[in-house]
Design a protein around this ligand. Sequence first.
Ligand code: FAD
Length: 682
Amino acid sequence: AGMDNTDLAVLCALVLAVAAYLKRDIIKELLFSNDDSITADDSGSRDIVQVMKDNNKNYLVLYGSQTGTAEDYAKKFSKELAAKFSLNVMCADVENYDFENLKELSSSTVVSIFVATYGEGEFPDGAVQFEDYLNDLDEGALSNFRYTLFGLGNSTYEFYNGASKKVLKHMQKAEATLIGEHGLGDDGAGTTDEDYLSWKESTFEILKDQLHLSEHEQKFEPSFRMIKLETIDDKVSLGEPSLQYLPAHSLSFNSENIQVGPFDLHQPYLAPIVKTRELMGNDRSCVHSEFDVSGSNIKYTTGDHLGIWPSNADEKVEKFLHAFNLNPDTIFDLTPLDPTIKAPFPTPTTVGAAVRHYLEITGPISRQSFGALIQFAPSPQIKEKLQNLAADKDQFHIEVTSRYFDLADAVLHLSGGVKWETVPWEFFIESIPHLQPRYYSISSSSLSEKQTIHTTAMVESAPNPAGGPNVVGVTTNLLKNIEVQINEKSTDSLDVHFDLKGPRALFSGFKLPVHVRRSAFKLPSNPQTPVIMIGPGTGVAPFRGFIRERVKYLESTENSKLGKHLLFYGSRNVDDFLYKEEWPLYAKKLGNAFEMIVAHSRLEKTRKVYVQDKLAEREQEIIRLLNEGAFLYVCGDAKGMAQGVHTVLVEILARGKSISKEDATEMVKMLKTTGRYQEDVW
Ligand code: FAD
């Protein structure tokens, strides 16, 4: 059967204007208006080739990172290259450099590129200028250039590893030579680490051969000189989110206590949580929080994300300090031994502050970083055990991953409780990733709440099947702690506890460092355009914002009309129905324009029903609304739900339009590329 061409043409025409509006240029502009302030090394030069020359570098590792994972791999790769082959490696964030002169790089210098994919196959925020450079490359422009490529992506997304595939395409056009294979790390399958390890092993072999490198045993050489200090003064960070928050600077302690922006990924705003409540009435927990951003100049639009900067729980900090016998009161400063490297967090600081505020000490550990500890094992027997584990993927899974160990758990398990006293502090600074903000889909509307940002966070806590304390997430348990404190509830049921006052009491009054990240997840600008929203669980968060936006619009605009707004929501049962009491109020205000369709997957004595099933039941209506130009939104679980919805939608379109599944798949893809099918999934 042929694709219905008129349909497609109409579809295209309707959406192109919107897509152009929504797509990248605007986002680019918003994100990179003041980017030039970032200078690369001490010289302040952004010319990558010049900086390499100035610092005698003979190997370049570049990364474009969204959440810090690509950065982490790039840094580990650099460190290992330098240690094993005595190369003079420079490791750089593409955000900090210009690449116009890259073609002048000596042909004996290899460049290793690590790039993450974000959203719909896009480059990370900080790599957009690098992408522009690649886009503008002429044919044959890099014919002397040799590179390796490792992409980090998630195969549950439509445009899997899209950014690294784009790099490959542009490099091919520029006739650059790829060394080894295009490595693909797949977070969707949970195999990023193993994908990296096997790619790295084969790439190292080829590099050894092509660059005539001789290999020697890897020994940790710090990239910083550590200087111990005696006293804590105004310049010593105690865990402040950035240097500007130190008493020696202006942000935190000026007379009116006003913080001046702009606030972004590099500079968060300390926003008080003014209201918070528990949304679930059962054994699980989901926290609604309201952040007051008045006076900060922070602007958001409905559908954006809030980045929340966590700090580690007391229990985790103590365990880590204990496992490695670290003294939290040690005050230190770092001097880079290599001017192209910067301290990963504000210094001088204390060991305790770094462990609590700057290092990602919890979460699953990788076989690779575990292996790097071999040289510091407290005894030959433990060393041998560790060597075996690091070399055996399956055994590593059995002994470490399947027990949900974090780093401190794993080393203590391995040594039978003996402390690992000889791991140098510099090692942690360089090998443990920097604690990253977590993102939350904003659940308020900028039209109805200009100065307040709402989030809806599912508290991550699950029994460990291998025994011991619950497996917990850092940010969501921090939000839960604040909820319990503000509402003066018993703290008995908390899994972990936090220092809510923060460094120098900077967070007191229940403040947390936050920043807004722009997203392309936006309602159609014409309120009469029909909207289909699919968001089970916390996936409903941005749709609460969308609906509040429409309510406010109706209230404030005379003679206004709304298109149909269908919301497919799902929860296990009635206890975990998020914002249960709010929806009827919205329905009352919006009248016929709003309908909520609920699926419960674990109601007693009834069949499991998911949002996909409900969607299929509404086949006729979905087709009709899509024909009328409806926008479709999916938010929540990337793996199961978003894929399920995609499959059902293809089926609905195939049946409803009497076309083949292949054509229906094409049609869905086109809805996506034109911005009429938007996903906000994680
Ligand atoms: P983390 O500390 O990051 O831990 C992550 C997971 O690992 C947890 O489940 C934790 O229990 C588990 N874990 C901890 N230790 C181990 C171990 N040793 N071994 C194995 N596993 C371990 N979430 C929402 O609830 N609401 C939203 O609206 C929302 N919107 C999002 C929007 C975007 C664009 C993105 C990218 C994500 C969104 N998320 C949302 C997810 C959110 O960002 C966080 O990932 C989530 O809340 C967990 O954060 P955490 O800090 O509590 O857990």
